[in-house]
Write a protein that binds this ligand. Structure first.
Ligand SMILES: [Fe+2]
Length: 234
């Protein structure tokens, strides 16, 4: 498996390239329009065929490059079924699998809370797991729950009952980081996460989330409608 973590500065978004080296097929998770040219360059230089552009959710802070990638590279666009987007080719239901080439199976899991339809993706590598946690679990923090049908209670259940029951050494790759961290593990988040440690109860988590004073994302009025059309290109 070839794996690359790519970063977009303006929205501090991580995009992930995962490819099967046998068949040279690749996917991008959470690709960003601003870095479209860079991502196409990387795919071409590595002699890969992009088969899917996959989103974890309808982003509010940046526009996805999924439509543009489909137009230019002929990939399919995939994401959660509950987003109800007609522009997607593949609509995941909980526990669906996405096959990349002939060596990689990615499990799509429903992880609501940041948005009600939010999905995360898991790769099993023998006994070890890699988790692409989207905006649900971030490094030492978690995604906000104050818009887009977010729910602190649902996010608590997602993180505690799904993520924190995964093996301690599961590598966690989030969709964002604002402090130059690039990965974490489940065991570290259980002890170090400042919003949702392994020991916090639901009541205190809800209070913490309510006390966050977060700015409205600058691009929300552009990003959300555009992402509901898979980041359409003119
Ligand atoms: Fe988000």
């Amino acid at each position: 498996m070839l794996f690359k973590q790519l970063f977009e500065n303006e929205s501090s978004t991580y995009t992930y390239l995962v490819s099967c080296q046998e068949k040279r097929e690749a996917i991008l998770i959470d690709p960003v329009l601003e870095t479209l040219d860079r991502d196409i360059d990387i795919i071409k230089k590595l002699n890969l065929k992009l088969t899917y552009a996959v989103d974890t959710h309808i982003h509010a802070d940046h526009v996805t490059s999924a439509s543009a990638l489909r137009e230019i590279l002929g990939c399919k666009v995939a994401g959660p079924a509950n987003d109800n987007l007609k522009c997607r080719d593949i609509n995941f239901k909980d526990s669906d699998n996405l096959i990349v080439g002939n060596t990689i199976k990615i499990k799509a899991i429903h992880t609501p809370g940041h948005t009600d339809a939010h999905f995360s993706y898991i790769i099993n590598m023998g006994k070890k797991k890699i988790l692409f946690s989207g905006d649900a679990l971030l490094i030492n923090t978690c995604g906000r729950t104050d818009f887009q049908s977010g729910s602190s209670k649902e996010l608590y259940n997602t993180i505690k009952n799904i993520f924190y029951t995964m093996p301690d050494d599961t590598k966690v790759f989030p969709a964002h980081d604002y402090n130059k961290n690039n990965l974490t593990t489940i065991v570290r988040q259980k002890s170090e996460n400042q919003l949702i440690s392994g020991s916090i109860d639901l009541e205190n988590f809800i209070l913490k989330m309510k006390s966050l004073k977060l700015d409205r994302p600058k691009k929300i009025d552009i990003a959300v409608p555009r992402n509901m059309e898979c980041g359409f290109i003119n």
